[in-house]
Design a protein around this ligand. Structure first.
Ligand code: C2E
Ligand code: MG
Ligand code: MG
Length: 553
């Protein structure tokens, strides 16, 4: 019994200590449930209305608070929450009781009741300012979105003559880092990211984690140094015997003079600018220009019109032939989507595929492409014309969407065409986020007799584990390697080794982006099986592709 009392006292003392250590409590008091009096009230802040007496009737204090301090929208609830019956009931059942309330300045506060002395029925009441918790991110301790918006607005309003900029940061492939190292390491990297921003040459006035791996800072424009920013955006993380390059990208909004935008609108512009980063390894940042917004709106409008575009036949398939390295005749082709919009002209996938992936509409496009390829093959067969294998691209998002996976498998089951005529390209990085359902789908697809191609091999991470874990028929060497042929001996040796590796694993190799005779000769000499690239043919509309087939088949 005595031991239990000691333990209880210890835990009460700890709780009181924790409360006292909190900087943001606004009031404390001891409530005697039996006498219904509050003693030793301490109230901080300018709106203190207690006058130093040491005892107040509890109900009188509550009435005063309602009149002077509680927002009218929650006065009724406040009275209910603070009634002695409610307090007594909760303290008896749960041992601790808390509720939230808005004050007249629209701030959220939290009232908490703890047992101070259970036997004597004395309760400790604390009133905390919740803003601190509401405005901070628990993982990194930095401001969260709400805190950032609030403090940035205050700084901007009180310094109208200073020039500021909002910088938006995103860690590239953060999901992959989480998958490789686990969430604990992911969280650690987020904290490191926040700390390196905080202590950087940018000397930010505010640092916030807005969501997931997205950060925002507020800086004075005079601190911006783009060379140093590029350095700041690359770091190497080492764990055990693994080393990973971590890259960040950054969108910048330079706040103009007399800007009337809200902080949230400014932040959106900084975020938008990052979509215009062309090569993140060369220049990992972009500064917002008004034109970016106009372009973005155009693409967004286009996306909202995708369904109509499909109905109106605005989605066209261009075919880029793939050539045998020895005969240099067409052996297959890649189907590439083009959006021929009445309003915007011909749009390349770079303009709409990423936005479709983000908005979840990509599966609509890929289903349409799948049908069009079968239409093409059927048409050729009906005309008695020979044809070649056609490869289509599957987005990483398709591998997360059960509907399109089922649709493709259904198309394959239902078609009267030879399913071996259609193959599927999946970009290397898609494997980093693949779900078990996606894996099963690829297995079923492969077992049905179709070929699976690994697209853009060497452009991302985890290539080797991926080719070990999955069955591929063809490896497409990323055009980054082809482009550097003859300029970098290491690059050339990597190509030779990758071709050898692919052959050892029973895969053929297509080199992407072949643009010169020299590149084709080098690749052929080193055993590459097929070529795709502008040197042989650009992607062309169906009629031109058929003319090319006429010549080669
Ligand atoms: P990808 O699958 O790697 O396709 C190859 C891209 O490289 C094509 O760009 C092609 O035009 C371009 N290319 C081919 N040879 C050369 C060359 O010699 N030099 C240069 N500089 N470029 C060359 P495109 O058509 O703009 O497609 C870009 C990407 O968009 C594709 O990359 C693919 O990932 C995606 N994509 C295209 N069509 C579709 C589609 O129907 N569905 C999905 N999900 N993605 C698609
Ligand atoms: Mg492809
Ligand atoms: Mg490719």
């Amino acid at each position: 019994m005595e031991k239990q009392l000691r333990e209880e006292r210890k835990s009460t003392e700890k709780r009181i200590w924790d409360i006292l250590c909190k900087e943001h409590y606004k009031a404390l008091g001891l409530l005697d449930l039996k006498s219904r009096y509050i003693s030793f009230p301490v109230l901080y802040g300018k709106d203190s209305w207690w006058n130093g007496d040491t005892q107040y009737p509890y109900e009188k204090v509550i009435d005063d608070m309602i009149e002077r301090w509680v927002d009218p929208s929650c006065q009724k609830a406040f009275r209910r929450c603070t009634s002695l019956e409610t307090v007594r009931e909760n303290m008896t059942v749960a041992g601790k009781y808390c509720f939230q309330v808005y004050n007249k300045s629209d701030e959220t506060e939290c009232g908490t009741y703890y047992w101070y002395d259970k036997e004597k029925e004395i309760v400790l009441i604390a009133l905390n300012d919740m803003r601190e918790e509401q405005e901070h991110d628990p993982v990194t301790g930095a401001l969260n979105r709400e805190g950032y918006m609030h403090h940035a607005a205050k700084i901007l309003a009180s310094n109208p003559d200073e020039k500021f900029a909002i910088l938006y940061f995103n860690i590239s492939r953060f999901k992959t880092i989480n998958d490789l190292f686990g969430y604990e390491t992911g969280d650690l990297l987020l904290r490191k990211g926040i700390n390196s921003l905080r202590s950087s040459f940018l000397r930010p006035l505010l640092v916030a984690r807005m969501e997931a791996d997205r950060f925002a800072i507020l800086v004075e424009q005079k601190n911006l140094d783009y060379t140093r920013l590029t350095e700041l955006l690359h770091t190497v993380y080492e764990k055990a015997d693994m080393k990973v390059d971590i890259y960040g990208i950054c969108g910048i909004y330079l706040i103009p003079e007399h800007c009337t935008l809200s902080v949230s609108e400014m932040y959106d512009r900084a975020k938008l600018a990052k979509n215009w980063i062309k090569n993140q390894y060369v220049q990992p940042y972009a500064v917002f220009q008004e034109q970016m917004k106009a372009d973005y709106e155009q693409t967004s409008i286009a996306i909202s019109q995708l369904e109509d575009a499909i109905k109106n036949g605005e989605i066209q398939i261009y075919y880029q032939p793939i050539y045998d390295a020895h005969t240099e005749k067409i052996v297959s082709a890649e189907a590439l989507a083009r959006w021929n919009s009445a309003e915007h002209g011909i749009m390349l996938p770079g303009k709409f595929v990423p936005a479709l992936e983000e908005s979840g509409h990509i599966t609509l496009l890929d289903t349409c492409v799948h049908h069009k390829i079968y239409d093409f093959l059927r048409d050729r067969k009906a005309k008695g014309m020979p044809t070649v294998k056609i490869a289509m691209n599957l987005s990483r998002m398709d591998l997360m969407d059960d509907n399109i996976m089922q649709l493709i498998l259904k198309d394959i089951r239902d078609t009267e065409e030879d399913v071996k005529q259609v193959s599927y390209e999946i970009t290397e990085s898609a494997y980093a986020t693949i779900s078990p359902a996606g894996m099963d789908f690829l297995k079923t697809l492969h077992n049905s007799g179709t070929s699976i191609l690994m697209d853009d091999f060497g452009s991302g991470v985890s290539s080797f584990s991926t080719i070990r874990e999955y069955e591929f028929d063809v490896l497409k060497l990323d055009m980054g390697f082809t482009r550097r042929i003859g300029t970098n001996i290491k690059n050339d040796n990597i190509i030779i080794s990758v071709i050898d590796l692919a052959h050892r694993l029973d895969m053929k190799v297509i080199a992407e982006g072949v643009e010169t005779r020299e590149q084709a000769d080098f690749l052929k000499e080193n055993g590459c099986d097929f070529f795709q690239g502008y040197y042989f043919s650009r992607p062309v509309p169906q009629d031109q592709f058929e003319a090319l087939l006429e010549r080669d088949l």
